[in-house]
Design a protein around this ligand. Structure first.
Ligand SMILES: Cc1ncc(COP(=O)(O)O)c(C=O)c1O
Length: 349
């Protein structure tokens, strides 16, 4: 908790710790000097436990969506067949990016507020006809609903039934949940800087398995800035990035690594679980209905449905506009109105 600053009660951007802000305001350095190489290597290596990756974490300048697009354009091409688990707005985004590149997408649509169960994925994959699936895309933490999908169990199904890459959007949870790419069968894991990594928006992080690396090398999709082969080469040959990186944000990421290590990674995870439980209990105590069951509740994002509460005929003391009014009154609190299917009635914190 950073009590010295305004609270942004949104899934992201999240508040920046002062020491991270200070690290980012140090004098600028160039990206073709050894000082930057040391910085990049330090961050790419020390983020490995946070991503549960044995390979370096590559850093691009871009938002979370650029990380999703990077995962798509480096693995699949026009005419390929993929499956996208769509349990909310960000599953839909992965599917839309694939479709934009002419990829054939089979969407496994999940009711908003629910997790994709391994059984659902298994049935879906078994009933697919046509060409083999090249990749299965899933959202680890569906920000629009506050659901944490069972990413390990889904990975087991993918690897048991297909030869597909398992590509995971971790934008709203990496830095707050445990993950081990090898154990969880994840081939590509991406995130952005502005959520559980406590940085400003602007960095995209991506790491991948050896199997995915081969696919990336062979992928024929036209790409330039998002071509991971350029990042792999530049890191291997110069410990740098192919294009000018967001140097200050990477300096901030180093301070985030310091903070994680000082607190201890296990404690970081426990803290997020505690904050989830406190948030959910607090909302329950004031009578606001939560969208998700405790069993699938995200440690990083909580969704409430005040309007449904009102419609269901509950006491006027907590009416539909209660949440909006309280949020507006408290200048310290910013919360997000999500453009969900019920026309902006869902709030994610
Ligand atoms: C799960 C998830 N994926 C992708 C994105 C897109 O990230 P950005 O808005 O940084 O492009 C977000 C943003 O909230 C997200 O929560």
């Amino acid at each position: 908790m950073f009590l010295d600053q305004k609270y942004l009660f949104t899934p992201g951007p999240t508040p920046i710790p002062n020491r991270v802000n200070q690290a980012m305001s140090r004098p600028m350095i160039g990206h073709r000097v050894s000082e930057f190489s040391d910085l990049l290597e330090d961050v790419s290596t020390r983020l490995k436990p946070v991503f549960g990756s044995k390979n370096p974490v590559y850093i691009l300048a871009g938002s979370g969506t650029s990380a999703l697009e990077t995962a798509v354009v480096n693995t699949v091409s026009e005419g390929d067949h993929v499956v996208c688990v769509v349990a909310g707005a960000f599953g839909d985004r992965f599917a839309s990016i694939c479709e934009e590149y002419g990829v054939n997408v089979d969407r496994l649509n999940i009711e908003w507020g629910e997790a994709c169960t391994p059984d659902k994925l298994e049935d879906f994959l078994k009933n697919l006809s046509g060409e083999p699936v090249k990749a299965v895309f899933a959202t680890f933490n569906e920000t629009s609903t506050g659901v944490l999908n069972p990413i390990h169990e889904l990975g087991e199904v993918v690897k048991r039934l297909t030869d597909a890459l398992y590509i995971v959007d971790g934008v709203s949870c990496i830095g707050g949940v445990p993950v081990n790419m090898e154990d969880d069968h994840i081939d590509i894991l991406v995130t952005g800087s502005q959520k559980a990594l406590m940085l400003p928006p602007g960095l995209a992080f991506i790491t991948f398995s050896d199997q995915a690396k081969k696919v990336i090398e062979d992928c024929q999709t036209k790409r330039f800035y998002l071509d991971l082969n350029r990042y792999i080469k530049s890191y291997a040959e110069q410990t740098s990035t192919p294009f000018t990186p967001a140097i200050s944000l990477i300096a901030g990421a180093k301070e985030v690594c310091n903070m994680f290590e000082e607190e201890g990674w296990d404690n970081v995870i426990k803290r997020h679980l505690l904050l989830r439980d406190m948030t959910r209990e607090g909302l329950k105590a004031i009578g606001l209905p939560l969208l998700t069951d405790d069993a699938v509740a995200s440690p990083t994002v909580t969704a409430v449905k005040p309007q449904l509460y009102c419609r269901a005929g509950y006491p006027k003391s907590i009416e539909s506009s209660f949440f909006n009014r309280r949020c507006r009154r408290s200048k310290e609190i910013k919360r997000k109105n999500h453009p969900d299917r019920s026309h902006g009635l869902l709030h994610t914190i």
